[in-house]
Ligand binder design. Structure first.
Ligand code: HEM
Length: 165
């Protein structure tokens, strides 16, 4: 049986946090705010003002984020009946990450050879992706330290569940 702390290994949580922070930073680089507000003029931060660099980093970090989210979802679903229940903040976390990943993936398609949305509708996709990113930031500041899971009513061996990490 998987140990209580073993559902989401620490490296997955750290990689999720690191990639989300990096995505927030490089996502802001998609809007030219670092050049506009002279942040890119600070020594060592010129790369933040280069759209090609921040766009490439955003996509590389998006691949990392999707990998970690996929690993976590696999572990959670694979835990079977003994899996812990999601708390309210846990459900919000799942919803926010899923929606950000979905809008981000559609944005990638939009930048490709066969864009799914017309020129008028694409702004809603951008605003949605940005609003979700801001929502994740607000969530992280307000509820980010609250546990995402709580003990399952029963584990697979019939014993009361434990708190899973
Ligand atoms: C925590 C996760 C993420 C955060 C905080 C984040 C944040 C942002 C922000 C603030 C922008 C600029 C606003 C906009 O143009 O909509 C942006 C743009 C973008 N994001 Fe993300 N993002 C995240 C995840 C992802 C993922 C998972 C993908 C792809 C699978 C993705 C793909 C994109 C693309 C392609 C753009 C550029 C849009 C354009 O071409 O103008 N993002 N992101």
């Amino acid at each position: 049986m998987t140990t209580a702390r073993g559902l989401f290994p620490r490296w997955q949580k750290r990689l999720l946090l690191a990639s989300a922070l990096g995505l927030g930073l490089t996502g802001m680089g998609q809007m030219p705010i670092f050049s506009r507000y002279y942040i890119a003029d600070l020594p060592g931060l010129a790369w933040l003002g280069d759209f090609r660099v921040t766009a490439a980093l955003h996509l590389a970090l998006a691949a990392v984020l999707l990998f970690v989210l996929g690993a976590m979802a696999t572990a959670y679903l694979g835990a079977g009946r003994g899996r812990p229940m999601l708390t309210g903040p846990g459900k919000w976390r799942v919803a926010l990450y899923a929606a950000i990943a979905a809008t981000g993936l559609v944005r990638v398609l939009q930048n490709g050879a066969a864009p799914p949305l017309g020129p008028g509708a694409v702004r809603y996709l951008d605003w949605g992706h940005l609003a979700l990113a801001m929502g994740l930031l607000a969530f992280a500041l307000g509820w980010g330290r609250q546990a995402a899971t709580q003990p399952a009513a029963l584990t697979t061996d019939g014993k009361p569940g434990k708190e899973w990490g």
